[in-house]
Write a protein that binds this ligand. Structure first.
Ligand code: MN
Length: 196
């Protein structure tokens, strides 16, 4: 397959973001968002999706974590879309059910060109480290729109909130890894419409 690497840059008064994503990587990461827990989640996502991800964010974390996490989601989503190019010869759909100790997380994706998020998770704490748990939904919503993809995330078995959150990010990485893989029997875009 061709070189599937995207570099994206986004600068606003709230955040400055530089990101390079390689869909055909080995899970190498260099991630610095200024939010330690968020870095930990993104590292798990990239590591288990076998994506190489370099990410440098300077955000207004003196306000709170909102802009930094939301804008990173937008840019990461855009990077997935850009790296995929015309989406020819990819599997398109992906899914994973990921256990993390007592918790179980489901992720299903369709790189359909139509943004949609179905998110069913209820955290019982307000924050994990320096990351507000309500920002997990905002992050994945931003990804679904940035990548123009259908994204379903659901906690099947709840438990420790750190485990739940990490299971969602890793399940997303695994599902994306499946969806972006090459399908050698499919030379064209895998859609009866002829485009994704
Ligand atoms: Mn952890």
């Amino acid at each position: 397959m061709k070189n599937r690497i995207a570099t994206c840059k986004r600068v606003t008064k709230e955040t400055q973001i530089e990101l390079t994503l390689n869909l055909d990587g080995t899970g190498k990461t260099d991630i610095h968002t200024g939010i330690g827990f968020f870095d930990h989640m993104l590292e798990g996502m990239a590591r288990h999706g076998l994506f190489d991800l370099a990410l440098y964010v300077k955000g207004d974390t003196h306000v709170d974590c909102h802009h930094t996490i939301e804008d990173t989601g937008i840019v990461l989503g855009q990077a997935f879309l850009k790296a995929l190019g015309d989406k020819k010869g990819i599997k398109r759909y992906g899914y994973f059910i990921l256990p993390m100790d007592e918790t179980l997380a489901l992720c299903a994706v369709d790189l359909s060109g139509r943004p949609y998020l179905n998110y069913q998770t209820e955290f019982t704490v307000d924050a994990l480290g320096d990351m507000d748990t309500e920002m997990v939904r905002e992050f994945f919503y931003a990804i679904s729109y940035g990548a123009m993809m259908n994204l379903h995330l659901k906690i099947l078995d709840a438990g420790n909130n750190h485990h739940m959150c990490e299971a969602l990010f890793k399940a997303f990485g695994k599902a994306m890894d499946m969806a972006v893989q090459e399908e050698p029997r499919m030379e064209d875009v895998w859609s009866t419409k002829g485009s994704l």
